[in-house]
Design a protein around this ligand. Structure first.
Ligand SMILES: Cc1cc2nc3c(=O)[nH]c(=O)nc-3n(C[C@H](O)[C@H](O)[C@H](O)COP(=O)(O)O)c2cc1C
Length: 180
């Protein structure tokens, strides 16, 4: 059994990437996994100030919702990040979240597998490349973890547009089912 943590980072009502994440959750929940879904839109997350006090204390000096979120990260075996593509990159909210994960760097983190889910207007294999590179950069800083793969939903411009893309929803579900 794995603890799978899915982190959604779109602020939009009718978010396509969040719907992809929820389908992945459905698939991943089919097995004996313990799957937790978190949306960052309900959380208070300030910017990292770069003070590096976390590297001595093991926790951030900023009092906000990152304390509970980093605990959830620590307890996860698998972490799945979900993001809309903004200017060929991950969302600013996800990047802000990743920067605030710096206290984990000196902790006995448990996660070994990291996945990325994206939604974008453009439907190409290159539109999510920079976001994937960013997640790879994060993973590279946690040497016990590996980047496992990306699911990209292209051709999605408007809120809730994914509802008209049954094949994407099915593929997302299957992607989650493989997270054993
Ligand atoms: C600020 C902004 C920048 C965007 N940049 C891109 C982009 O570079 N490439 C692209 O294909 N779509 C881009 N989009 C479209 C979104 O990726 C698309 O609408 C996606 O479905 C949003 O996901 P969400 O519904 O989960 O928020 C952009 C949208 C916004 C609001």
């Amino acid at each position: 059994m794995k603890n799978i943590l899915i982190i959604s980072s779109s602020l939009r009502a009718g978010s396509n990437s969040e719907r992809i994440a929820l389908e992945v959750k459905k698939g991943a929940s089919e097995g004996p996994n313990n799957v937790l879904f978190v949306s960052l839109k309900d959380q208070k997350i300030n910017f990292c100030r770069g003070c590096l006090k976390c590297q001595k204390k093991g926790e951030c000096i900023i009092a906000d919702d990152m304390k509970a979120l980093t605990e959830q990260m620590l307890n996860a075996d698998t972490i799945v990040f979900s993001t809309p593509i903004y200017y060929y990159e991950m969302s600013g909210l996800l990047k802000t979240f990743l920067d605030r994960c710096n206290p984990l760097y000196i902790q006995d983190y448990r996660f070994r597998e990291v996945y990325l889910l994206t939604a974008s207007a453009e439907n190409t294999d290159t539109v999510y490349q920079n976001a994937q590179n960013g997640i790879q950069g994060f993973v590279d800083c946690f040497p016990k973890a590996r980047f496992m793969g990306v699911f990209s939903g292209g051709g999605l411009t408007n809120p809730n547009e994914i509802k008209n893309h049954e094949e994407l929803l099915t593929r997302a579900y299957e992607f989650g089912k493989k997270m054993k």
